[in-house]
Design a protein around this ligand. Structure first.
Ligand SMILES: [Cu+2]
Length: 210
């Protein structure tokens, strides 16, 4: 390669790298632990799923909603899985994989719905417009229940049994990080995500409501 060709090659390479960098948002991550006010990590097996999620109070760009449609199956007169974590805007498919007719409905505002009765092999869908918890039941079988929790952004995770969590590929910026659990009060904190860095957050859930 001549010196001139080499300089042209380097210039082309720099252009490619620069355009790649500007095409994607700079990303960072958040890792941390959820604890109770008593100092112990959350006993996940005892309280059910503990969700950790981000809201973006000052984000100019709209947040992309994942394109996939997760499922809650009706099988053996149960909803399976009984808990589903999604992003607001996603569609959830509820197939009847059982041998008997079922229903699925929720009174949880603002995402209330009623899919009516439908037989084996049929599947109906709900599109969850707003963040929040959606408690789902079957009008025929009182013991059937499930919960969907929809977060305002796709940056969410379930805390592990030891309370640890990690939120990866988060665009740099200012966020509010929150927890949600069916029984425990929520806790929120402000957090900054810096490109290429892992922010560390410790969240302590108050002992009782508020
Ligand atoms: Cu049923």
């Amino acid at each position: 390669m001549t010196a001139r060709a080499f300089r042209a090659w380097v210039a082309a390479l720099v252009l490619v790298v620069a355009s790649t960098a500007s095409a994607a948002e700079p990303l960072g991550s958040i890792s941390g632990t959820v604890r109770t006010a008593l100092g112990a990590t959350v006993p996940l097996a005892n309280v059910g799923p503990v969700v950790v999620f981000l809201a973006t109070p000052d984000r100019a760009q709209p947040v992309a909603v994942p394109a996939d449609s997760p499922e809650i199956s009706q099988k053996g007169a149960r909803f399976e899985p009984p808990f589903l974590l999604i992003t607001a805007g996603q569609t959830v498919r509820i197939p009847n994989d059982d041998s008997i007719t079922h229903n699925a409905f929720s009174y949880s505002k603002p995402n209330a719905f009623d899919l009516g009765l439908y037989p084996k092999g049929d599947a109906r869908t709900i599109t969850v417009r707003e963040p929040g918890a959606i408690r789902i039941f079957c009008s025929i079988h009182k013991s059937m229940n499930a919960v969907i929790f929809a977060t305002p952004t796709p940056w969410h995770a379930l805390a592990a049994a030891d309370g640890r969590f990690r939120l990866a590929d988060v665009p740099a910026g200012h966020y509010v990080i929150s927890t949600w659990n069916e029984r425990l009060p929520p806790v929120t904190a402000a957090v900054d995500v810096v490109a290429g860095e892992a922010s560390v957050v410790s969240l302590t859930i108050p002992a009782s409501g508020g």
